[in-house]
Design a protein around this ligand. Structure first.
Ligand code: 0WD
Length: 256
């Protein structure tokens, strides 16, 4: 398709081939988007350039960006402005919590662990939206990635569930602020997918098993399905939608 022909879209959070952001990359690339990537670590940069080469996807630009730092975010978007100019979309696919806080009881979460999860997984969307807005002079779409652990207690998800609740509330408030500039902000709530980050959450296999047993579609979702839902949010097909959380989870969230 050519749903995103001529659109410049920033993708944050490709760590490797299993990353949700990589599934999104494939969908947006196939829709004709020009892609700009940000990643945190040198290691991810090496992996990303190899992945792009192997899949014959050409990046317009790759810049480093640690969302823990306002300076890093501002430098990244300045560089994007200098090299690309106007952007039409941002995919925010980053989160982090200490491994120790993703097992046992939520009650044991430390002050630092709580704040870290909030900073990287929720506040980062606020800071990124603010920086990106300056480059979105033709309007645009911002899409983040969330999980059901924000709406109900999912054992082990703990501090990240609370951070995702904060992320989803941020989606609403940001949608209100940037809506008047023609910018939409939405979230995709994916079912469990085996990625580097998912390995840090205790009980992953059980979670995936429950989906196969109980979700209406009786199967797990993959990165490509999240990619296509994100493409919908990036494209004009979703032009009437903002502040929304769309579940891409085989329908699991409707089951009591
Ligand atoms: O089951 C799952 N895997 C689900 C994940 C279900 C529903 C939602 N999600 C969410 C995650 O919570 C996250 O928000 O999807 C998003 C992407 O997660 P992923 O694809 O599962 O994880 P992974 O492949 O590990 O990518 C996470 C990225 C990595 O990218 P880089 O390029 O930095 O290696 O988040 C990055 C992490 O390193 N990240 C950061 N990026 C910039 N600054 C930072 C940071 N400070 N910390 C972590």
């Amino acid at each position: 398709s050519n749903l995103l022909q001529g659109k410049n879209i920033v993708i944050m959070g490709v760590a490797n081939e299993r990353s949700i952001a990589w599934g999104i990359t494939k969908s947006l690339h196939n829709a004709g988007a020009n892609l700009i990537f940000t990643n945190r670590q040198e290691r991810s940069y090496q992996k990303l350039t190899k992945l792009l080469e192997k899949n014959e996807v050409s990046a317009k630009l790759i810049v480093s960006c640690d969302v823990a730092s306002d300076e890093s975010i501002n430098d990244a978007f300045s560089e994007i402005k200098k090299n690309v100019g106007v952007i039409h979309g941002v995919v925010h696919s980053v989160a982090f919590a200490n491994r120790d806080d993703l097992k046992g009881e939520f009650l044991d979460t430390s002050r630092d662990g709580f704040l870290l999860a909030q900073e990287i997984s929720a506040y980062s969307l606020v800071a990124v939206t603010k920086a990106a807005k300056e480059l979105m002079t033709e309007g645009g779409s911002i899409v983040t990635q969330t999980y059901l652990g924000s709406e109900r207690v999912i054992p082990g998800y703990n501090v990240m569930g609370v951070a995702k609740a904060s992320l989803e509330a941020s989606v609403m408030y940001l949608a209100e602020d940037v809506g008047k500039h023609g910018i939409r902000v939405n979230a995709v709530s994916a079912g469990p997918i085996r990625t580097l980050s998912a390995k840090g959450v205790s009980g992953f296999n059980e979670k995936a098993g429950v989906i196969e047993e109980k979700a209406p579609l009786r199967r797990n979702v993959d990165q490509d399905q999240v990619g296509d839902a994100t493409l919908f949010f990036m494209s004009e097909l979703s032009r009437g939608i903002t502040g929304e959380v769309l579940h891409v989870d085989s329908g699991y969230h409707i089951i009591g």
